[in-house]
Structure formats: structure tokens, C-alpha cells
Design a protein around this ligand. Structure first.
Ligand SMILES: *Cc1c(COP(=O)(O)O)cnc(C)c1O
Length: 468
């Protein structure tokens, strides 16, 4: 038996994997990874995979990056962890200073959590609590966009709208106000991204005008709705939203968990709109993809609403055990050093242009409705019918065919439904981008020919069963 097969068998005997129907693994191989280096992941049989999705959007400077490794190794010999209530340490202080310095003006305080969803919970609770501390107990609802994703905990799911992840749990969720997304994929023919996003803002304006008295905050993913299929919109929407939130006395929470740290072409997506939120939630690439951590930045105004004598009971008594973990902070500091020293945002422009160039031909593919891009995120929307943008039935799992083909060619492309996307580490080379485009093209051709369902009945015609 190969080493891969041996580890796979041991894994499937005891593990339950995230975001997975485990029965799929009766036929879909699970890939045990032995080591990583740069953009490559290597399995136990020595096969290598180019990590085109940055291991779920976290890894920006490659696997086993020597500079990040060194910083974590040095930190672990000094202090691995200390509770952050009543105590502090150098990495968390330095990281907070640097986050305040590089984020938009007005964000002056940093609160930590230990994953993205928990960071969202912090922002939602803080906003609600801010209004409550000011006697505005009626401000307890949140406004969110359709097709948004903010994480998996119950309140984070409540402000999300990807049916696949939330529908089952509806009876548990908070009552939120949902506004149509400014997503430009379905804009009418001949209408620009800017016009479309601006037009869609009317729904937001109306909701805020009608309900501002009971709204604590609006929460959005700026510029890219990630888990919702890498749907994109124009920065004008954020500008209008900031202005309207101010006018209606409502907080703005920006979830930059996926888009922060250069993904959209600027360090933070909100820079492209020239705005600052009341709460900025960061995670994923914050630690270079090494360790789980989230940071919630907020304003002095919010901070002061909680600052009072203990007996007033205004304090934010929220905590996560691993808040501000020193090893995670060390990884984040090393990551920020690389951004600064290597002028990453500037250099990414050439890589983003190469991504566009390498996928240009897919725009004419009969089964591709759109190739869209914002900075270092590029998405290819596969459809059953191009003129009408009719999606493939989800049961056909066309994206899975692309995934399997890519694995066979040594690339990790993990489509979201029928959306194939590249969200590569920034250490990818132009030649590697060309390779990914080639693999994606083959994968899309392959998916076009074969609907895949690992759950297809045994009697299904051969071309509908698993590809080899
Ligand atoms: C991944 C993600 C989250 C959730 O972060 P976790 O660390 O997985 O809990 C929230 N919002 C966005 C936009 C994300 O992409």
C-alpha cells in the first residue's frame, strides 16, 4: 500500500473533516500532506500540488516561509502563551501598534479573537453593546447583504446568506435585515460595475432610512463576496454606504477577513473607497496563514463608550482563551515585515496582470459566463448556458470535476460550486500562474464533458460517473 493510502485509511477511521460530506471519501481520495514549501504542498507519495487557493485563503508568503518560521522559533523560546487579561507581552503590543498604523485613520484600538468567526462575534457584540451603553437598547438588528458570508458561529451565520451553509440552521438565527448585494455578475448588458453597484445601493439606503432606529450596524465583505462565489462589486458602494451609515447613525462593520492584506490589490479593500469603518475585522492572512488569530480594530468613540467605573457595568467582558497568543502575534509581525520590506503590494500588480493575461482566452469559452478579477483574486464562472447565464444544476458538481482534474495535474484548485478561482500566495511566479491557467482550462473542458457526482447511482451512464 502507498504511504498516502495508509494515512488516508487511518484518517478516515477517526477524523470528521470540515465542510465535507464524509461519504464522498468512499470514492474521492483524501490527500495527506507531508510537507509544504513555497507554493507547493507535497503528499506522502511525493506528489506535489500547487496551492492555488492559499490553503483556504490564508497563506500569502508560501508554506514553511523561512522568515516567518524564524520569528516563531525565536518566540517559542521566549514565551509561548500568557493570558491577556491583566497581562501583556511584547509581540501583542508591537502588533497592535503596527495594525493601528497601517489601517485607515480613526481605527485606534485592537481587540483580539482566535479565528475569523469569533472576530465577527466580537464586532457584532461590541456594536450592540455600544448602543446599549448609550441607552439605545432598541438598536439591536444588523443589516447584511444577500450572498454574504461571515463565518460559522451562530451570530456570524445569522449575518451570512449562503444557503448551503445557513439554511439548515435558520430556526437558530438572529433576525437580520437583508439587502440585495451589489454583485456585478448579474448586471444588465452594457452597464458598468460602477453604475450597477451605485444603482443597487438604493435598497440599502431605503432599509437604513426605514429602520435606522433599530439598527446597530451594517456588515459587509468589501469588494469581494468570497464564499458566495467570489462575486465582486465596485468601491463606490462602500463610499455610499459609509456616508449613509453616518447620516443614519449606524455602525459600519467591514469584514476584511478574506480580502485584507493585499488580496484586492491594496493592503485593505476599504482603501479603494477611501473610507474607514467603525469596526474592521481581520484574520486569515493576518498571520501569513500560520496560526489562527483575528483582530477587531475600532475607534476611540467606541472604546470610550465602554470606559467607565467598574460598577457601571459597561465593560466588554468578552474573552477567548487564546486571545493575543504570542506565537500568532510573532507570525503576524513577520508577515507585516515581509509586506513592508519586499514592497509586496506594488510587486503584486505584475502578478495580477499576468493572471488576467493567462485567463483572457477563457472569456470566449462556451461554458464560461464571466472571468472577473479584483487584484490577486480571479474567478471563472462556469455555466450551463452562456447567453442566459443559466447555472449548472448544483447536483452535477461540475466544480468537483475541475478539482479532480487539477489534482491529477499537480494543482490545488477547489472551486466554489461552479466558480473556479485563483487566490494564490503572493510568492507565485508568472510561469506558475500560466500553469494554473492551463490546468484550469483543461479542467473546465473536462467538467463541460462530464457531470460529476460521487453520489450518482451505480447504474448511471459511464460519462456521468466519476472521471478516472
Ligand atoms: C473565512 C471567513 C470568515 C470566517 O473565518 P473563520 O476563521 O473560518 O472562522 C468570516 N468572514 C469571511 C469573509 C471569511 O472569508
Amino acid at each position: 500500500m502507498s504511504l498516502n493510502a495508509d494515512w488516508m485509511q487511518r484518517d478516515l477511521a477517526v477524523l470528521w473533516h470540515p465542510c465535507t460530506q464524509m461519504k464522498d471519501h468512499e470514492r474521492l481520495p483524501l490527500i495527506p500532506i507531508r510537507r509544504g514549501e513555497g507554493v507547493w504542498l507535497e503528499d506522502f507519495d511525493g506528489k506535489r500540488y500547487l496551492d492555488a487557493v492559499s490553503s483556504w485563503w490564508v497563506n500569502v508568503f508560501g508554506h514553511a516561509n523561512p522568515r516567518i518560521n524564524a520569528r516563531i522559533k525565536a518566540q517559542v523560546d521566549q514565551l509561548e502563551h500568557v493570558m491577556l487579561a491583566g497581562f501583556s507581552h511584547r509581540p501583542v503590543i508591537e502588533l497592535s501598534e503596527r495594525l493601528v498604523a497601517i489601517t485607515p485613520p480613526g481605527l485606534e484600538r485592537v481587540f483580539y479573537a482566535d479565528n475569523g468567526s469569533s472576530g465577527i462575534e466580537v464586532a457584532l457584540k461590541m456594536s450592540f453593546h455600544y448602543w446599549r451603553n448609550g441607552g439605545r437598547t432598541e438598536k439591536k438588528r444588523f443589516v447584511t447583504l444577500t450572498n454574504s458570508y461571515h463565518g460559522e458561529t451562530v451570530a456570524a451565520m445569522s449575518v451570512g446568506d449562503v444557503a448551503l451553509f445557513t439554511d439548515t440552521y435558520k430556526p437558530l438565527l438572529l433576525d437580520t435585515l437583508k439587502v440585495p448585494s451589489p454583485d456585478c455578475y448579474l448586471r444588465p448588458e452594457g452597464v458598468s460595475w460602477e453604475e450597477h453597484s451605485r444603482t443597487l445601493f438604493a435598497h440599502m439606503e431605503q432599509t437604513l432610512a426605514e429602520h435606522h432606529g433599530e439598527i446597530a450596524a451594517v456588515i459587509v465583505e468589501p469588494l469581494i463576496q468570497g464564499a458566495g462565489g467570489m462575486r465582486m462589486y465596485h468601491p463606490i458602494y462602500l463610499r455610499l454606504l459609509r456616508e449613509a451609515c453616518d447620516r443614519h447613525g449606524v455602525h459600519l462593520i467591514l469584514d476584511e477577513i478574506a480580502v485584507g492584506f493585499g488580496r484586492t490589490g491594496t493592503m485593505f479593500a476599504c482603501e479603494q473607497a477611501g473610507i474607514a469603518p467603525d469596526f474592521l475585522v481581520l484574520s486569515k492572512a493576518l498571520t501569513g496563514g500560520y496560526l489562527p488569530m483575528a483582530a477587531v480594530l475600532t475607534t476611540d468613540d467606541v472604546y470610550q463608550a465602554f470606559y467607565a467605573d467598574y460598577a457601571t457595568l459597561r465593560a466588554f467582558l468578552h474573552s477567548h482563551t487564546y486571545t493575543g497568543n504570542p506565537l500568532a502575534c510573532a507570525a503576524a509581525l513577520a508577515t507585516l515585515d515581509i509586506f513592508r520590506d519586499d514592497e509586496v503590494i506594488e510587486k503584486n500588480k505584475a502578478l495580477a496582470a499576468r493572471m488576467a493575461q493567462a485567463t483572457e482566452h477563457l472569456k470566449d469559452h462556451p461554458q464560461v459566463a464571466e472571468v472577473r478579477q479584483t487584484g490577486m483574486a480571479l474567478a471563472i464562472e462556469m455555466v450551463q448556458d452562456k447567453p442566459s447565464k443559466t447555472p449548472y444544476p448544483w447536483q452535477e458538481r461540475r466544480g468537483l470535476a475541475v478539482y479532480r482534474h487539477a489534482l491529477s495535474r499537480g494543482a490545488l484548485l477547489r472551486p466554489l460550486g461552479s466558480v473556479v478561482y485563483f487566490l494564490p500566495p503572493y510568492v507565485i511566479t508568472p510561469e506558475q500562474i500560466d500553469f494554473l491557467a492551463e490546468v484550469a482550462t483543461e479542467g473546465i473542458d473536462f467538467a463541460t464533458r462530464s457531470a460529476v457526482s460521487v453520489a450518482m447511482p451505480a447504474g448511471a451512464p459511464a460519462e456521468f460517473r466519476d472521471p478516472g
